[in-house]
Ligand binder design. Structure first.
Ligand code: DX5
Ligand code: ZN
Length: 218
């Protein structure tokens, strides 16, 4: 799957950008929520999610890079997010928060920062719909991919197989065709990309080129 991150879209024409994704081969709309506390940047929140939901024909994947996600989860579910990921680094009662997301009818994901080992997910992986492996430090689009992520994808794939779990592996940050190819080979299921898509001259083709990696290398 491919999940364009609209963080790098033309925010003055957000409606047109969502309509373009409706007509694209993208699978999810990745919606990066930043709070200026957990990450040193602010982006968009619930009212924008609600507005997008009015026209979006693809599931909204809310990536909550916020300090106290449990407080915002009900509002994002109500605003139309179909998938919600929270950061391992900020949640004390992870099992409770995952259950909260699922009880609201959303897919539940856990995101881990580049320094957080995959092994911390050993006792929760069976409960997750997806894991978001951060391949940059969260906070900004357009950063350089951290290549240690390849090993993390392979390790996570092994963990999922060992436990016969159903979690999908999402990778987020600095993704392009070259590293995307290797990520898919190692077992990634969902590639998130902002700059690769939105800084290209043809967004639909950029989405298709990432989608194609799954056809060729999966
Ligand atoms: C980073 C965000 C990413 C980001 C990806 O904090 O979580 O989703 O938008 O942007 P690129 O693909 O440009 O690295
Ligand atoms: Zn993200």
């Amino acid at each position: 799957m491919v999940a364009p991150s609209i963080l790098s879209a033309d925010l003055l024409s957000l409606g047109d950008e969502i309509r373009l994704l409706n007509h694209s081969n993208a699978d999810w709309i990745h919606f990066d929520v930043m709070d200026g506390v957990f990450v040193p940047n602010l982006t968009f929140g619930i009212p924008i999610c609600e507005a997008i939901k009015q026209i979006a024909q693809k599931p909204i994947d809310a990536h909550l890079m916020v300090a106290q996600p449990e407080q915002l989860i009900p509002s994002f579910a109500k605003a139309g997010a179909s998938c919600i990921s929270i950061h391992y680094e900020v949640v004390t009662h992870l099992h409770r928060t995952i259950t909260q997301i699922k009880e609201l009818g959303c897919k539940a994901g856990v995101a881990i920062n580049p320094h957080t080992p995959v092994s911390v997910l050993e006792d929760i992986i069976g409960e997750l719909d997806y894991v978001c492996l951060m391949s940059v430090n969260p906070g900004y689009a357009g950063q350089k991919f951290i290549s240690h992520t390849f090993e993390k994808v392979a390790k996570l794939r092994k963990l999922i197989e060992k436990q016969n779990a159903n979690a999908l592996i999402q990778v987020d940050g600095g993704i392009n065709i070259e590293n995307g190819k290797e990520l898919v080979k190692q077992g990634a299921d969902i590639l998130v990309a902002a700059n690769f898509i939105y800084k290209s001259s043809n967004k639909l083709e950029a989405i298709d080129s990432l989608k194609n990696l799954f056809v060729i290398y999966k």
